[in-house]
Ligand binder design. Structure first.
Ligand SMILES: [Zn+2]
Length: 344
């Protein structure tokens, strides 16, 4: 098969399309013919260095797989998802037997494996994945739209719903509203009945954020983000969802109402932040690291996507041969929604 293989660390030049052997599914795995695969920040980070325990070269990136079932390992039930079923993949699998798995914390499994990170990913014609992590594509979604779901929607679902426990009528601030995670979080927050303020840069993207469902938008390149939020909701917001880290962390704390909570799950602008401790404890504000998602959450998330007929936001679609250009666009910023590679 053809696959984007990374054999060393570096810039776009280190990933090249090669002909390699087709994967052979293990007993409990399915073989998927990949039709579309979305990009993630982790692809870029892992192109430069090994970040995650278990990562190894040569590597095939691609955590967000949508495709067609074309084979079953000898232990996988072929009647559950027969040949030809159109599917998407929960990229994270757990071992089920380690200390974390057997004490109710499988998200922190000692043997966690992730498609496109510590397993071969979907930037290839075929990928073998654990059968229990494969789901039918919701009706009406294309392969490109389905590929935009797994990481972005699961991250958003986990942070906003499972950890953030968003409630109807709450005021929610969602930073970097144009990112894949945030476009999903905006959809889930509106679905939950929240009032949503998004931060975004640039007039064109303001219009996109409002069209997606934000009730109000503030410019995250200004130095008064929290003042802008308080001008919209005087007391501040009940919940903040952040994955940008340094750039908006302090402003996000200041944007919270008393008893506000902030769930954070990423560091795209940096890993360090300065926070006034009294600004937290005087006002009962809580900072909550999102943590990992559990094995049951993908199905819960997908059920809401299906029942609410949510449509993933696609920034752009790229040919398999255009991966370097697609990664450059993601790295440059200014996207709105997911970048997806469509397999020819
Ligand atoms: Zn485990």
């Amino acid at each position: 098969m053809r696959a984007q293989v990374q054999r060393t660390f570096g810039g776009p030049e280190v990933t090249v399309i090669e002909d390699i052997d087709d994967p052979v599914p293990d007993p409990d795995e399915l073989l998927i013919e990949v039709r579309a695969c979305a990009l993630n920040r982790l692809d870029l980070l892992q192109r430069r260095s090994a970040l995650v325990r278990g990562f190894s070269l040569p590597h095939i990136a691609g955590m967000d797989v949508a495709g067609v079932v074309v084979g079953h390992g000898p232990g996988a039930d072929p009647t559950m998802l027969p040949i030809g079923t159109e599917v998407l993949v929960d990229p994270v699998s757990t071992c089920g037997v380690c200390h974390r798995c057997t004490t109710g914390k499988p998200a922190y499994c000692d043997n966690l494996r992730t498609v496109g990170s510590t397993r071969p990913g979907g930037l290839a014609e075929f990928v073998a994945v654990p059968a229990g992590h494969v789901y039918r594509i919701p009706d009406g979604l294309s392969f490109v739209q389905a590929a935009a779901i797994p990481v972005a929607y699961l991250t958003a679902w986990h942070a906003l719903v499972m950890v953030g426990e968003v409630q109807a009528g709450e005021k929610v601030l969602i930073n970097a509203a144009g990112s894949g995670v945030s476009t999903a979080a905006i959809q889930f927050a509106k679905q939950a009945g929240a009032f949503v303020i998004g931060t975004i840069g640039g007039p064109a993207r303001v219009a996109q954020a409002l069209a997606l469902g934000c009730d109000a938008v503030v410019d995250h390149y200004s130095d008064d983000v929290s003042d802008q939020v308080h001008a919209i909701v005087a007391d501040g917001v009940d919940l903040v969802i952040d994955h940008v880290g340094t750039a908006l962390f302090t402003a996000s704390v200041d944007a919270m109402d008393v008893d506000g909570r902030m769930v954070f799950c990423g560091t795209t602008t940096g890993t360090q932040a300065t926070v006034s401790l009294p600004s937290l404890y005087h006002w009962g504000r809580r900072l909550i690291g999102a943590g990992g998602w559990g094995p049951q959450e993908f199905a819960q998330m997908l059920e809401v996507v299906t029942s609410a007929r949510l449509l993933p936001v696609i920034d752009s679609v790229w040919a398999f041969s255009e991966l370097a250009e697609a990664q450059a666009r993601m790295e440059a910023g200014g996207c709105f929604g997911k970048l997806v590679v469509e397999m020819a």
